[in-house]
Design a protein around this ligand. Sequence first.
Ligand code: PLP
Length: 388
Amino acid sequence: MRTPSVRGQVEPFHVMEVIKAATARAASHGDVILLCAGQPSTPAPAPVLAAAASAIGSSVLGYTEAVGIRPLRAAIATHYASDYGLDVDADEVVVTTGSSGAFLALFLAAFDAGDTVAMARPGYPAYRNTLQAMGCRVLELDCGPQSRYQPTVAMLEALPEPPAGLVVASPANPTGTILDPDELAAVARWCAANDCLLVSDEIYHGISYGRECASAWQTSRESVVVGSFSKYFSMTGWRLGWMLLPSWLVRPVELLLGNLAICAPAVAQAAAVAAFTPQARAELDSHVQRYAANRAILLDRLPELGVTTFAPPDGAFYAYCDIGHLTSDSRAWCAEVLAATGVALTPGVDFDTARGSQFMRLSFAGSTADVGAAVDRLAAYICSTPCG
Ligand SMILES: Cc1ncc(COP(=O)(O)O)c(C=O)c1O
């Protein structure tokens, strides 16, 4: 009998399981507060919605070029000029089906089976699972509070040999921590000097609370920058992302994109051109103000849950919390919390194969009222349980 390939036996993305359980709970109890999903609770900005309506009414919306429509690639290139002072050519930009589609094509184009690719632990699980499915060796760099959960040059220097690639995310998921510009620059220089492809996941840029977010391309155009319309731009389900690629990767990525998905969704591409307009940016910046208010509530009230150790949430919309005083099985604990309170949280095991069983991630991308109500429920639950 045929069995699934070894490649197909990837780890689950546990948050998807939590969302499934929360959906069932919502149907039976109607009281769910979702703090598990890493997505804005708002629609795309008004100019994007108008552009989408206009595209649907006036265009065939057939396949586009594999690398995306030129007006969108040009708009993304201009965004790097205005926000980062970088001179980017539209030909260096490829548009993808979410940043997830970018990682898939990039990993295939840049790495062979057996290559070693390093990433932070805790880190975004899909890098690890996708690379492993492709037969790459994933080297998890143990990143703790000393380095604000980010890889350092010292960690890379300590490796027996430079890896073929390094994936960094700043702001990161699940921690929200940011690599400061000089730290990112040092990592980028080390990678360039050691023939290691730096993949800089910058999809949470635009959502930060005081610390500067630098782009890897400000130091090294030999690196790959990954962006997305999912987070700051509030267009998660539109499935649109992009990459800035060094010239040697543009053609292989184009060939892979054409074969893997043909192109990113045409309606999303047409609409996203309007995401960079001042009107859209003002709307999006108001969401960031709400995230900042939600973050302030959490920082103020996490001690009520007994949580005193958490990664500094410099950016994105996550608080990654040590709940070792409450459980040594974060997956079971999150399931119990959902059953008792209706609050859906993500267990740390998604992000950290070593210590995730004593961590959980809270997303504060929702409404301020929901964040406050969730903390009320969690505090009441923890006070009522024996270890709380
Ligand atoms: C760090 C990071 N990278 C990539 C992604 C994938 O996002 P998308 O495919 O929606 O662009 C996510 C989603 O949560 C993420 O947190």
